[in-house]
Design a protein around this ligand. Structure first.
Ligand code: ARG
Length: 279
């Protein structure tokens, strides 16, 4: 079955406020033409290995291009995001409508529970487990609500470095239970949780310079990994593990704090099983 992704063209993309450290000093610096070219290349690369749907951009919602934050999909359900910042709240009804129009059952965690979708909630690729980042955008208490709503075990992970404010900027589950991650982005206790749940041989540690180039912010479809940029060493290590890397330069979007994975949402997440072990 081909993977299905949701993207939003950058017609209204702009850095027009600052809600993460990457946006500092970047307001109105983006090059619209280059952004369109970079996004189109990403769209074309992903279209060659998946089915890509697009949602119409909305004027005044410049970050809507980052569809990863629309919600988290599992089976035919989607948990809609509740954005921490007012600047992004206007996206919620547009994504809710798109999901409902496309046959998904739209759930919410409550108006006062911050939750930023697949930016912070990533499915493990080998077991029924949802990894959830918190500490910057998503509230820790979203974990038990998500577990109840989606009937899946949720493993919270605390994020401590403001540059890696969403889980998908520093953590990328890969097929066969492999994991690419940047350990320094996590609180020590959470780092230990990752180490206890993922065997060392399955963990691929991403260093600071690759992490700053958004190498963890990768779209993994089968054995192909699409990302902004990765060092030769990281590409070689992924190659040893059976993965091929396609780099698509996304510098204009990094001005807003996002890259390949942030610009996509997987909307065909199958249930690997529905047994919930612990909340
Ligand atoms: N400017 C956006 C924000 O700060 C970027 C979102 C990036 N998305 C992601 N999934 N990491 O919310």
């Amino acid at each position: 079955m081909t993977a299905q992704l949701l993207m939003c063209a950058p017609g209204c993309f702009q850095v027009s406020y600052v809600i993460n450290p990457w946006m500092q000093g970047q307001v109105a610096t983006e090059n619209r033409v280059r952004a369109r070219r970079q996004w189109t290349r990403l769209h074309d690369v992903l279209s060659s290995m998946s089915t890509v749907s697009v949602i119409e951009p909305v004027p005044g919602l410049p970050d809507m291009v980052f569809t990863a934050n629309a919600g988290t999909v599992l089976g035919r359900q989607v948990v809609l995001s509740r954005f921490r910042h007012d600047e992004r709240r206007g996206e919620e009804p547009h994504f809710a409508r798109w999901f409902a129009d496309h046959g998904l059952s739209v759930r919410t965690l409550g108006d006062d529970v911050m939750f930023e979708g697949a930016g912070d909630a990533l499915l493990d690729r080998s077991q029924p487990l949802l990894w959830m980042g918190h500490g910057h955008r998503t509230d820790a208490r979203a974990a038990s609500l998500l577990a109840d709503t989606l009937d899946i075990e949720v493993q919270p992970l605390e994020l401590v470095d403001p540059r890696f404010y969403h889980l998908d900027t520093c953590f990328c589950p890969l097929p066969d239970g492999q994991l690419m991650y940047h350990p320094a982005a996590f609180a020590e206790a959470s780092r230990r949780v990752i180490e206890s749940r993922v065997p060392a041989s399955q963990r691929l540690v991403v260093g600071d310079s690759d992490a700053r180039a958004f190498a963890c912010n990768a779209v993994a479809i089968g054995r192909r990994i699409v990302l902004n940029r990765a060092s030769a060493a990281l590409v070689a290590e992924l190659g040893r593990r059976g993965f091929g890397v396609t780099a698509v330069a996304l510098g204009e979007f990094i001005r807003a704090g996002g890259a390949a994975k942030c610009l996509t949402l997987r909307i065909d997440e199958p249930r690997v099983g529905s047994m919930r072990q612990a909340a």
